[in-house]
Structures are given as structure tokens and as C-alpha cells.
Design a binder for this molecule. Sequence first.
Ligand code: ZN
Length: 236
Amino acid sequence: MSQPIISNKFKSENYDQRKFNISMIILHYTETKTFEEALHLLTSKKRKVSSHFLIDKNGDIFNIVNLDKRAWHAGESMWKNYQDINSRSIGIEIVNSGEKVKEKFTNKQIISITNLIIKLMQKYKIKYILGHSDIAPKRKIDPGVFFPWKLLYKKLGLSWVPDRVNNQKIDKSNFLIFLKRLKEFGYPYINIQNPDKQNHQIIDAFHRKYLPKLLNKKLTHTSLNKINDLIKNKKC
Ligand SMILES: [Zn+2]
């Protein structure tokens, strides 16, 4: 790993005071074509959004809100029973046009994100590295199905639970177990009472991160195996 070079050239005034210790890193994409557009949004006093870091397509890292402050990147969100994710997290925005445009993240971005997260993990007790879609699955899909989570985990030296493929469709009782496991793992807003409705966005969030090829496919035991293994191995 090499020390990341972090620029303090641009600052956002969109922040306030943290109420909790830092324990999470939340990854986002900017859904903009350019760095300039993203910077404009994240520093606009009108929009009231920000993040701690912004990663340009060429891998340049900008620290736009100091880490001891609460940046405004997560919005209405939750993980396990934790609320006020902004207070508990470091937000990293990656310049990328978004899932719909199918723009690939650049190798330089992935290298910078890796080096930055390693540095942050040395300084803070990071328990969870999550996507915006994990903590706000009903509103957000970023960093999207094309974000290379598996590669990132490998580069960070974190283990990744391998797929156990079983293409058998899951029945009703296993579907309920699947939902309960997602909830146990940390996914918020699962509706156990009304299992057939209102859960698809949360299931999508799980697939975006852990089984991107199965996004929008009929649920099979591959997905159930994955969540069971994640819980068993206590992986984030
Ligand atoms: Zn986001």
C-alpha cells in the first residue's frame, strides 16, 4: 500500500457536529459526469449535502469536510439499529455517472479508495464498510451494481465469503428465513409482516453488493446461502 495523497484544496461548509464515534465508512457515487459538477453539489449551500472525501476519475482524493465533523451524505438511513449514520460514518463520494449509464469505476479510483480506507482503518475502529444503498435501500442504489466490492475487499485484505451456487428457487418458508437473515445481518426496513411486498429494494441492495449477477433475478438458494455464510462468518 502507498500513502494516499489527500488534497485540502476545496472545502464544504455543509457539516455540523458529530454525536457518535466513527465506526462506519459509507461509499457513494456522485451521479455526475464530472468532478466539477460533483464538487458544486457537495459545496452548494442550497443543497445541504456533502461528504468527507471526493474521489476524482483520475484517482485524486479531496478531503472536503474535516473528519471530526458530521458531513451530510447519508440522509434518512439505518444499519442494524443504528440511526444518525452521518454521525457515525465517514462518507466517500466517487465521481461516476451512475448505474443506469453503466460507467465503469477507474482503476485509479479503486487504488485511491483502497489506500484511503486502509489509512482510515488504521486510525478509526471501522466496523462496517457499506454502500449508500445498504443503509438507505428504499431511496438509494449507489455505489451501484458495477462497484467492485469483491475486488475492494480483496485489496483491503478483508475476506470475501465465496458463492455457494444452488439454483433451486426458494419457497415461501425459506423466503421468510431469508428476510429474517437480511435483518439480522443489518439491512434496515425489512417488512417481515408483509413479506411479499415492500422488500424488493432491500433484496436488491443485498444483491448489488454481494451477488451483483443475481440482481433482479428470481431468488434462489444461492442468495440464502450467501446471507447465511455472511452471518456465520461475521463478515461485513
Ligand atoms: Zn449516496
